[in-house]
Design a protein around this ligand. Structure first.
Ligand code: TYD
Length: 137
């Protein structure tokens, strides 16, 4: 898996004088079925989250409120994405290393996931991640 598969997906935005509405339909706006949704909030300033890759699952990461950065890596290259709009999602396929930082105060990070929670799907050690990339080549 390489970084070129990671992309910003622009979601529909219905705007009128009452405010904005965004919707997401599985297999239409994102390339997987949603089996799980989780969100992080009340992240203290300066804190970092993530620091892992997933063997199989895919995700879409959205800054529902406020902003934060997602740094994605494929073992060779790294790219920093700044998320600050509720109508942009960052698609992250499997075997991509991710770190989240630069959380603004009150930010909410929503994640749509292709699989149920399973700790076995995590690779939390960067050296093991690099080794797995070589083995999967
Ligand atoms: P973790 O994946 O390390 O969070 P982040 O990616 O934001 O750094 O998860 C933190 C803890 O929460 C860890 O003990 C696993 C647990 N957890 C669940 O039980 N279910 C979930 O859906 C998620 C994402 C995490």
């Amino acid at each position: 898996m390489d970084l070129s598969k990671c992309k910003i997906i622009k979601l529909p935005k219905i705007a009128d004088k009452r405010g904005n509405l965004t919707f997401i339909e599985e297999n239409r706006h994102l390339p997987f079925e949603i089996k799980r949704v989780y969100y992080t909030y009340d992240v203290p300033g300066g804190e970092t989250r993530g620091g892992h890759a997933h063997k199989n699952l895919h995700q879409l990461i959205i800054a529902m409120s406020g902003s934060f950065d997602v740094v994605l890596g494929d073992g060779h290259n790294k790219k920093r994405f700044h998320l600050n709009r509720a109508y942009f999602g960052l698609y992250v396929p499997s075997m991509i290393w991710r770190e989240l930082d630069n959380f603004s105060s009150g930010s909410v990070c929503l994640v749509l996931v292709s699989e149920h929670y399973n700790e076995e799907d995590y690779i939390r050690d960067y050296n093991i991640y690099k080794k797995t990339l070589v083995e999967n080549k």
